[in-house]
Every structure is written in C-alpha cells, then in structure tokens.
Design a protein around this ligand. Structure first.
Ligand code: FAD
Length: 323
C-alpha cells in the first residue's frame, strides 16, 4: 500500500545537510508511490524548501520561529508535532545525526510508534520494506520489518544514495504558524571547537590518525592529505586522549560513526571500539608500522611502514595526479 512519508530536512549553518536528500530517497522506497512531504524547521529556512522538492519531495511544510534559530529538543519537537498533525504521515524519516538521534526517540514516544534507528539499507518497498541496521557495534546486521503503526526510521549518513537532482521539479511550500514556547533550554551562544571544513560524518574521504601520529603537529600531513582529497580528518580515541586533536574528531563506539567511500587509518592499531565507528567504510587503507596490527584485518589495502614516510609520498602522488 502506498504511504505518505514525512522527511525532516536538517539544516546546519543555513544549508540543508546532504543526509536530508538521502532521507528523501529512503522515503521514496517506503512510500512505494505515495506522497513525500518535506518538513523544514528553523528561523529563515523556507528558501531551502525548493532543494527538497528538487531531490524528490512532493511538497514541503515549514515552521519558522525565532526560538527555532538553534536546535533544542523542546522547540523542534513542538514544531515537528505541529507539522505531523498537519500532514498525518504513515512513515517518518530522519537522518541518524546528532539532531536525529536526540529528537527521534522523543517524537516516537509522543507518537507512540516504534523507532528503527541507524538504518543503512532498505530492501524492498512499501509494506514489504526490510530495514537493515548494524548491531553489536557493526559485528552483525539485523533486518527489521514493521507490523503496524507509523514507520519511524533514522538513516545513517552516506549509505543510501540520494535521487538525482531535478531542478525542473515543483511542489507546494506551506508555512504553518506555531507559537514555540516553554523551552526548558535557551541557547545563548554556539562556540565552535572543531575547525570548519568538510563535515566528518558526511565526508566521502576520511583521513584518520591515531596515537602513532605522536603529536598535534603530526596531524598536519594528514590534514594536507584530507584537504587534497576533499575529505575530513578523523582520529582514534588514543589520539584524542593524548591531546593531539579535539574529541570532536573521535571515531568509534563512543565517537562518530562514519561510512566514507575511502577511510585512511594512519597509526591506528584497530581496537574493536575504533572499528565500531569505521568498519563499514567502502574502502579502508591502513598505514601502520606493525604488520600484526589489528587494523589490517579490516583493511582492503594495507601499507606496512612509517606514516611519516608514507603519508608525504601519498600527498606527492595525489598532487601529481591532480586529484
Ligand atoms: P594505539 O593502540 O596505541 O595504536 C597506535 C598504533 O600506531 C600502533 O598500532 C602502532 O603500531 C602504530 N604506529 C606507531 N608509530 C607509527 C608510525 N610512525 N607509523 C605507522 N604506524 C605507527 N577508541 C576509539 O578509537 N574510538 C572510540 O570510540 C573508543 N571508545 C572506547 C570506549 C570504551 C568503553 C573503551 C574502553 C575504549 C574505547 N576506545 C575507543 C579506546 C580503544 O580501546 C583504544 O585504546 C584506542 O582506539 C587506541 O587508539 P590508537 O589505535 O590510536 O592507539
């Protein structure tokens, strides 16, 4: 049966995050010919509605309010519940981002629905859809099917390809007015710790360093390689604990989960907690001077050597290729 699916367009720094378009592609599979409705929440965000339509939404419902300028779970849940009331969807799709992870359980509880989180693949369409999600830190996968009620899903960034953008698509954009009040949290100021650049959780290339990088300065060649490949820098907890870089770069069980096309691990031993955050990357290249390092068990390509020799050689080669 065709379903009406509501998709959250997630906005960061005034732009839609790519996972929003991936969520629309996921919604198409769930909708099975039904309507896709985009939800936009924030302050001054309505101009982004056309992008959701170009990537496949049939229409967009917007809630704008000064109290939504920064994310709070109280404010965004009030806004989303109003959109939900307007649209009455049979399914909801969010990105499995920090925002999605915070907001979706709260909404699922309000809607008395289940929640299938961190989905990496959807097999089949509509009522027959099977949602595949990693469990036990990525060591196994489970396939989940819904029986009844609202199908509420969060999708892991970088796993479901967005539909091709079609700039000639058109769709209605409706704004609804909601008085966002009674916030228990007021964001006064946002102070950024991490350097700007490619978002680590959405990057197609990640160059990650571990304790083998030996110092904060040791991360410089990794940064250069990441910039050259249009990617982001990540780190093991070992490197963060040693103060070589900020914890916002940590990848793993207690850090970010990434699924880039290319993951380069330099000076990382491959502890199970690190693998939990990167082992689903499409191609893994490991650079380690210990041939017995655990990281080589998950690597597609292994380079046994000193990263301070290997990384500059890679930089030289990629520069020569003019990537
Ligand atoms: P090490 O294990 O010290 O490895 C350094 C590697 O660098 C070695 O393999 C060495 O051979 C290599 N090396 C050294 N010099 C060079 C060189 N010049 N060239 C090439 N290679 C070199 N870890 C995470 O990463 N993410 C998590 O989210 C995380 N969560 C955790 C949660 C819990 C509850 C616990 C208990 C641990 C967690 N850890 C996590 C920590 C994890 O167990 C490891 O301690 C950590 O990943 C080790 O980091 P590392 O690989 O950088 O350091």
């Amino acid at each position: 049966m065709a379903k009406k699916v509501l998709v959250l367009g997630e906005v960061r720094d005034g732009v839609l995050r790519n996972v929003s378009f991936e969520a629309i592609a996921a919604a198409k599979q769930i909708a099975d010919g039904g309507e896709i409705v985009g939800a936009l929440i924030g302050n001054n965000v309505s101009q982004l509605a056309s992008s959701l339509v170009e990537y496949g939404a049939d229409r967009v419902v917007v809630v704008e309010h000064p109290n939504l300028a920064s994310y709070t779970s109280d404010g965004f849940s009030q806004a989303f519940m109003a959109i939900n009331e307007e649209v009455k969807p049979e399914a909801i799709v969010f990105g499995h981002t920090s925002l999605g992870k915070d907001l979706s359980p709260k909404l699922a509880s309000k809607l008395q629905s289940g929640l299938i989180s961190d989905v990496t693949v959807i097999e089949g369409n509509g009522d027959d859809a099977l949602f595949v999600r990693p469990i036990y830190s990525g060591k196994a996968f489970e396939k989940v099917k819904t029986k009844e009620g609202i199908v509420f899903v969060t999708i892991r960034p970088n796993n479901i390809a967005p539909l091709e953008r079609n700039t000639s698509r058109t769709g209605d954009v409706v704004s609804i007015s909601v008085d966002i009040q009674n916030l228990r949290t007021i964001i006064k100021e946002v102070v950024r710790k991490a350097a700007t650049g490619v978002d680590l959780s959405e990057a197609k290339v990640v160059v990650a360093g571990g304790r083998g990088v030996k110092s904060a300065e040791g991360f410089e060649p990794l940064r250069e390689l990441a910039n050259l490949l249009g990617g982001a820098v990540g780190a093991s907890r070992g490197a963060c604990d040693a103060d070589y870089c900020d914890y916002s770069l940590q990848i793993g069980q207690t850090g970010k989960v990434v699924t880039p096309d290319l993951y380069i691990a330099a000076g990382i031993s491959g502890a199970i907690q690190h693998l939990a955050g990167m082992s689903n990357s499409k191609v893994i290249v490991a650079i380690n001077k210990d041939p017995e390092a655990n990281i080589f068990k998950v690597a597609d390509y292994g380079i046994v050597g000193d990263l301070f020799e290997v990384v500059p050689l890679l930089i030289e080669e990629f520069k020569a290729l003019k990537v």
